[in-house]
Structure formats: C-alpha cells, structure tokens
Write a protein that binds this ligand. Structure first.
Ligand code: FPP
Length: 254
C-alpha cells in the first residue's frame, strides 16, 4: 500500500516502518585517514551491521540500502572488483548472524551483471533467510530507479501483448505492483549520508512522499546516535500527503 493511502501515517510520533538509505562517504572517510578508498567501504560494512541491529531493536520493519548503483560500474575497475569481493565476503560471513537475528535479506536490481560466485551467494542468503519475519533488509545492487520503472513497464507490456491485461487497466497501482519492493510500504524516511543532497536514481517512484533527511556525516561514522537523530527529525515531520494540517488534526483526533 502507498503511504499516501494511509491517513494514520500522518501521526507525527510514529516510527518509520520503512527506512531507505544512500550510504555515501566511504571514500572520503578513508582518504581523510590517508588510507585507500576500499578501507572506507570495509568500514561501511560495519556501519551497515550497526544500523541493521538498531532497526531491529527499534522495531522498524524494513530497511533498504543502496549498496551499488547501475552507475557505479563506471568507477575504476579495481574498486568495482574490490566492492564485489566485499559484498560476497560480507554475505558469506553475515548470513548466520542475519539468520540468528530473524532478518530476511533480499536483493533488488539487475543481477544479470554479477558473476556466478556472487549470484550464488545472493541466492543462498535469500533462501536461508526467506522464512524470517523480523526486519526485511533489501539490498539494492546494480539498481537504478529508472531501470526499475523500465522493467516494470516492460513486464506490463508483456502482459498486454499476451492478452492478459488491457491498456486501460494500467494505473498507478498496477505499475507500482510491478516494481521492485512492490510488497512493501513505500519508504517513510530516506537518509543520505556524506553531505550530498540528491536522490541519485535511487527509488524514484517509491520516494514520492518520503521524508528526505540529509546529513554531512560520512557513512562509516553513521552510528546509532546519528540514526536516532534522523529518527527524531522524522518524528517531528508532519506528513500531509496533499492534505491540510487541519484535516490531519481531525483525522488524528477521530
Ligand atoms: C558510496 O561511498 C558507497 C558505495 C558506492 C558502496 C557502499 C557499500 C557499502 C557501505 C558496503 C555495504 C555492504 C553490504 C553487504 C550491504 P563513496 O565511495 O561514493 O564515498 P565518497 O563519496 O566519499 O567517494
């Protein structure tokens, strides 16, 4: 369901049920320590672990992380290779811990570009955690918001071509249903670390009504305290979804 369809989502005190994060600043974190960028990515994995635990403890239902964008292939070949190795190793190492913590992990994005080793680990992690019903951790890898919308349109066109769907039946709900994360409420809170204030082709459709939080903190430094600050900021937002403040007050007092 879209958050905009849920008037109760306007309560200013509620926790976000779905948080989406662009984890930016690993390279700068390492450079500031006169270390290679890769060291920053490794430190970034530690930050991921902390935020996953924090989400679980606070009862947040879904966390979606932008780990590798469709555009990140343009980075130096060595960095891309190291990142793939890092994802693969982290998956192998963390799957037991995710299992132990009742976290279900799934990947979104075009996985056709990954090597067989990484693909096998992705599939293994998804299978191993499929029955967990705690936090849903979605990792966006080789993901782009425009790619997502395009693949959804292609899927619907295929249904039209096969006579399963009429063009007139295509509406926002149906398109949303063909996107990655279709089974989740749209993100309530988007966080981008590292100081840039843009969405960078992340969940373009799904972020339509999301509260956007930007912080200069570099991702490896984004600890529980920084996360709590973002949650505190979110708690004070008035989510109107096109309504007026007066309407919200009436809805909340009903
Ligand atoms: C952006 O920082 C970060 C990335 C492109 C990689 C993010 C990956 C991780 C944090 C590891 C996550 C691992 C798992 C298993 C989810 P940047 O390199 O653009 O930093 P910069 O802006 O300082 O150069």
């Amino acid at each position: 369901m879209s958050a905009a369809d849920d008037p109760s989502a306007s309560s200013p005190t509620r926790l976000p049920s779905h948080v989406a994060i662009i984890m930016d600043g690993n390279g700068r974190w390492a450079r500031r320590r006169l270390m290679p960028r890769f060291v920053g990515h490794k430190a970034g994995v530690e930050a991921v672990r902390n935020i996953v635990v924090a989400c679980r403890e606070r009862g947040i239902g879904a966390l979606t992380l932008f780990a590798f964008s469709s555009e990140n292939w343009q980075r130096p070949e060595e960095e891309v290779g190291l990142l793939m190795d890092l994802f693969s190793a982290a998956l192998e190492r963390e799957v037991g811990e995710l299992q132990h913590n009742n976290v279900r992990v799934c990947f979104i994005g075009d996985r056709s570009a990954f090597g067989p080793g990484l693909t096998a680990r992705i599939e293994r992690a998804e299978r191993a955690t499929a029955a967990n019903d705690g936090l849903l951790l979605s990792i966006a890898a080789n993901y782009g918001g425009r790619w997502d919308i395009t693949q959804a349109v292609k899927a619907l066109c295929g249904q039209v071509q096969r006579g399963e769907l009429g063009v007139a039946d295509i509406d926002e709900r149906r398109l949303a249903g063909a996107l990655e994360l279709a089974n989740l409420p749209e993100p309530d809170l988007f966080i981008r670390t590292g100081g840039e204030q843009r969405i960078s082709n992340f969940l373009l459709w799904q972020l339509a009504y999301t509260e956007l939080y930007f912080t200069a903190t570099l991702w490896p430094d984004f600890d529980r305290q920084a996360f709590d600050q973002a949650l505190g900021w979110y708690a004070q937002r008035e989510r109107r979804f096109g309504r007026t403040s007066e309407q919200l007050r009436q809805l909340n007092s009903a």
